[in-house]
Design a protein around this ligand. Structure first.
Ligand code: ADP
Length: 418
């Protein structure tokens, strides 16, 4: 059994309770004082009640100095650019507000000497009678790991950027060789060249995805958000995308609320009014996400239909891409948005892919404070949902005015007047 010895000091035997308590307290002190991780006990007023030497070492405070003062004075959290985390986003207040455990592997703190250190931070609430009375923060200096991660990301980013150029050239020459008007090849050679062309195309996509995911991870993904009216935007996009699905014999529809596009014109030819759904996002990035979900729906669906849909309420705009394909096993659903994750089945073995598409989609949607998830049933199909914050008409007008007064901002695309 793990931990043998901790409670086996002879309780119930002849040893005294006082001796037991003394031993327990010594053990507790030995652990707290010798552990390298920083450990803080924080009370309901955000005051540090216990600070171990590990915490002091990381923050540049002595454990005695740090005890009895506000945790925010000792742990100054900053973002990647060194800007202080706003008070209302501080995890130390959030843990008391929500009562939930907080994990943050990407946190940074400023030491007493104003040096920025990368930390991994976990704050656990302590509940007494269902009220959060105190919290325990455990943190670790992860500067080295973070620097290595950055180096790896930089390498992937540079390598994929450099390799895209020769791959594009090879792809171009193969396309020329396959073009009857430019070159003459016999049927056997054509067969090999077609295979080479397909593989080079795949390699090109892989490098492009690697580059985009490396950028998404270190916050270099370019984004020019504007007000987007998602109804018009998605209807247009559905029309642009439908051909690849129809070529495979799949039916494609666009649904707003409970209306399909087909039902939007009445018999007299009048257009049925639909609500406007506004969101603030870069239309190119949104197109990338929906195109990716749609391409997956086509790839993993043999028959039936694909629906692109839009609905929402005052708070959120919800887009979805639904297919009647093979579905995703329940055990894989929580992982499909992870980097390089591919469901291991006969379909993915024969259908090409990088396992990066959904990871990139998640990163893009998170840029706009949105959420993406999937609901799926094997044999019935999958629905990928995207929730974005819904802009009300007043916010739309404010953003439009800002864009008009600031010519440096992108023009507002895809917008219909409310
Ligand atoms: P890939 O390039 O492999 O398609 P993605 O990140 O886009 O990578 O998707 C990850 C995995 O999720 C896929 O390999 C596939 O197993 C599964 N998946 C994604 N979309 C669907 C879908 N519409 N139907 C069934 N499985 C899907």
């Amino acid at each position: 059994m793990l931990g043998v010895g901790w409670g086996k000091s002879g309780r119930g035997s002849k040893r005294s309770v006082a001796k037991d308590l003394y031993d327990d307290s010594l053990k507790f002190e030995a652990i707290i004082n010798n552990i390298e991780d920083g450990v803080l006990l924080i009370d309901g007023q955000n005051v540090i009640r216990l600070c171990n030497p590990g915490a002091g070492q990381i923050c540049g405070w002595s454990a005695e100095d740090a005890t009895g003062i506000s945790v925010e004075q000792v742990i100054t959290l900053v973002d990647d650019k060194g800007q202080p985390v706003p008070a209302n986003e501080s995890p130390f207040s959030k843990v008391f507000r929500t009562g939930e455990v907080i994990h943050n592997n990407k946190a940074n703190l400023l030491t007493r000497e104003h040096k920025q250190i990368a930390i991994s931070l976990t704050i656990t609430p302590i509940l007494t009678n269902a009220q959060v009375t105190d919290a325990i923060a455990v943190f670790r200096d992860v500067s080295e790991e973070r620097a290595e991660e950055q180096q790896r990301a930089d390498f992937i980013s540079t390598a994929s950027h450099e390799m895209r150029t020769p791959v594009a050239a090879i792809e171009g020459y193969l396309a020329l060789a396959l073009n009857d008007k430019v070159a003459t090849v016999d049927n056997r050679a054509r067969n090999y060249l077609e295979k080479a062309h397909l593989s080079t195309e795949h390699l090109g996509h892989l490098f492009q995805d690697l580059l985009t995911s490396a950028k998404a991870e270190d916050g270099r993904l370019t984004s020019h958000p504007v007000v987007v009216e998602l109804g018009g935007f998605l209807e247009q996009l559905t029309n642009d995308l439908r051909f690849s699905a129809e070529a495979k014999g799949l039916f494609v529809e666009f649904v707003v609320g409970s209306n399909t596009t087909a039902s939007r014109a009445t018999e007299g030819g009048e257009r049925v009014l639909r609500p406007f759904y506004y969101a603030y996002a870069d239309p190119d990035r949104l197109r990338e996400v929906i195109t990716n979900l749609f391409d997956n729906a086509v790839k993993y669906t043999d028959e039936g239909k694909i629906s692109i849909g839009l609905t929402g309420d005052d708070q959120v705009v919800q887009c979805y891409v639904r297919d009647s394909g093979q579905g995703i096993p329940a055990g894989d659903v929580p992982h499909v948005f992870q980097k390089f994750y591919r469901v291991d089945n006969s379909a993915t073995r024969t259908i090409g892919g990088t396992g990066l598409g959904l990871f990139i989609c998640r990163k893009i949607i998170e840029l706009y404070n949105g959420r993406i998830w999937v609901e799926s049933e094997v044999g019935k199909g999958s629905t990928f949902y995207i929730n974005l914050p819904h802009l009300n008409n007043q916010k739309v007008r404010e953003l439009q005015a800002t864009a008009t007064n600031n010519p440096q901002l992108e023009p507002i695309n895809s917008i219909a007047t409310p």
